[in-house]
Design a protein around this ligand. Sequence first.
Ligand code: HEM
Ligand SMILES: *[C@@H]1O[C@H](CO)[C@@H](O)[C@H](O)[C@H]1NC(C)=O
Ligand SMILES: *[C@@H]1O[C@H](CO)[C@@H](O)[C@H](O)[C@H]1NC(C)=O
Ligand SMILES: *[C@@H]1O[C@H](CO)[C@@H](O)[C@H](O)[C@H]1NC(C)=O
Ligand SMILES: *[C@@H]1O[C@H](CO)[C@@H](O)[C@H](O)[C@H]1NC(C)=O
Ligand SMILES: *[C@@H]1O[C@H](CO)[C@@H](O)[C@H](O)[C@H]1NC(C)=O
Length: 331
Amino acid sequence: MESRRDHRASSRLLVGAVALLCLCAAASGQLSCNFYKASCPNLDSTVQARVSAAMKAEARMGASLLRLHFHDCFVNGCDGSILLDGPDSEKLALPNLNSVRGYEVIDAIKADLEQACPGVVSCADVVAYAAKYGVLLSGGPDYDVRLGRKDGPVANQSGANSNLPSPFNSITVIAQKFKDVGLNTKDVVVLSGAHTIGRSRCVLFRSRLANFSATDSVDPTMDSALASSLQQLCSGGGDGNQTADLDAGSADAFDNHYYKNLLANKGLLSSDQGLFSSPDGVNATRALVQAYSANSQRFLYDFGVSMVRMGNIAPLNASAGQIRTKCSAVN
Ligand code: HEM
Ligand SMILES: *[C@@H]1O[C@H](CO)[C@@H](O)[C@H](O)[C@H]1NC(C)=O
Ligand SMILES: *[C@@H]1O[C@H](CO)[C@@H](O)[C@H](O)[C@H]1NC(C)=O
Ligand SMILES: *[C@@H]1O[C@H](CO)[C@@H](O)[C@H](O)[C@H]1NC(C)=O
Ligand SMILES: *[C@@H]1O[C@H](CO)[C@@H](O)[C@H](O)[C@H]1NC(C)=O
Ligand SMILES: *[C@@H]1O[C@H](CO)[C@@H](O)[C@H](O)[C@H]1NC(C)=O
């Protein structure tokens, strides 16, 4: 029984791997893998070199670049709007302020590209490509990133505040926010697996550690040893800026350990553990968490598929967008 299921899963993997490859030219107005093949042949090596150097200095940067792409895509589509400066910037929205990192890596890649092929590669594509290398150089899947996005003309701070999921949202609310941008509940579970790398500040999970409810001081769906080590970490300094690994025990490796942690009540954020333990998560997401905890290959493959889906959120075409010269301002 078990082995038949494994066999089925691996033949599906083979079929899928072929489907994931970018073999055909994209229809007009759609993204494609070889969009800059002629116009900027150094794109791949430039992004790889910059992300690799940044991650040698700080392994976490791979995670930060992945999250930057997610926070770009959920607000007006993947259009580089998160990079724009100004009083109405997305950078100042609650989910991003003092939280999203890696802007300087994007700027460095963009500066290299403006030397090599001026005015050709959009900032939105730089963000998508940097995320791809953040995943790959952390040990994750080598999915083919689709390209050809244009940069958007406006930042949308209120959109960032409303569209991005909060760690205090229920799984039902998070699934609705994904649905609002065309993603489904499976994407919620798969893409939450991004938390296999990276960190979170105490302020975003310490409500689970003390005064949790009328009956429980600590969130009963958190392992007690993890809770006491986090209590220690988060009490020092007391301002909530200390950070903990999102995937305790496997912090910088892109693997399915995140899901194994959820089965052991070792998820960090309420929105992580809720995929396995919350009443609505039990109905909607628990079975997939179990499947990914047992099958690393399946998770890594599905992650690439969902990243392509997320990267396809409302790409702008030539008439609606531009190629910014500097990512922080419109031309
Ligand atoms: C499902 C709903 C999600 C919620 C509620 C959520 C929430 C969070 C929170 C609260 C943090 C810590 C931020 C901080 O410390 O300031 C975080 C970090 C992170 N998130 Fe998510 N996230 C979600 C989905 C995603 C998705 C879809 C991705 C990417 C595909 C992602 C990638 C990351 C990464 C890589 C980090 C670590 C960043 C770093 O260390 O710099 N998250 N997330
Ligand atoms: C470009 O986008 C506009 C606005 O969304 C749309 O009306 C138009 O059909 C698109 N053109 C192509 C070639 O996709
Ligand atoms: C916490 O981090 C934010 C952003 O870096 C900073 O403004 C604040 O002063 C920090 N708090 C302390 C006590 O360092
Ligand atoms: C900002 O985002 C919201 C939510 O997605 C959307 O309804 C609104 O049209 C956006 N505003 C602009 C100016 O793009
Ligand atoms: C828990 O709540 C009590 C009563 O409101 C308060 O005195 C105490 O400081 C709180 N503890 C923490 C760790 O927040
Ligand atoms: C879970 O599913 C059951 C059976 O369909 C339903 O009665 C219950 O209300 C659901 N719970 C949540 C929190 O969605």
